[in-house]
Design a protein around this ligand. Structure first.
Ligand code: SF4
Ligand code: SF4
Length: 147
């Protein structure tokens, strides 16, 4: 049987830092009121996060980025039924340097369904920012085939 795809964040992407609320209704709905307020405060006039360096494709506040920026928290935000609400809270040691232009791997212990959810989210974001057949999508597709 073919090994399942493994989510990896790729460097030089940052598609998920485009926070335009018109494009991210699902994300906003998943946040609590406090997180939603913090999210909306980050949206720049061009729809990108105010902390995102669009030239360098990287987060300028990477080590202090909000919780909702961490893909490692994505499962508990978007699919709590997979593990029970809030159950997937990786320790700081296992949090990968993902999102915001960092490259990183999934936390240890992610299931196939967790990987599939993260891959689906990234694919949607990358397609919407860079196109479904562009270089970023091709790099991402190669990355998720890595063990
Ligand atoms: S690969 Fe995914 S998590 Fe990483 S920057 Fe791109 S969209 Fe964000
Ligand atoms: S990772 Fe950084 S640049 Fe991206 S949305 Fe979060 S704070 Fe903004």
């Amino acid at each position: 049987m073919a090994p399942h795809l493994q989510w990896h964040c790729i460097a030089g992407c940052g598609a998920c830092c485009r926070l335009d609320p018109a494009q991210r209704e699902d994300a906003l709905e998943a946040l609590n009121p406090e997180q939603r307020q913090a999210y909306l405060a980050l949206v720049g006039a061009d729809g990108w996060c105010i902390h995102y360096d669009t030239g360098g494709r990287r987060c300028r506040v990477y080590s202090e980025r909000p919780d909702f920026c961490r893909v490692s928290n994505l499962v508990s935000l978007f699919a709590p039924e997979l593990h029970g609400a809030g159950a997937v809270e990786p320790s700081p040691e296992t949090q990968p340097p993902e999102h915001g232009g960092g490259a990183g791997d999934a936390p240890a212990g992610w299931t196939e369904a967790d990987h599939a959810l993260a891959i689906a989210c990234c694919t949607q974001q990358i397609r919407s920012e860079y196109g479904g057949r562009g270089r970023v999508m091709r790099r991402f597709q190669r990355a998720i085939r890595r063990p």
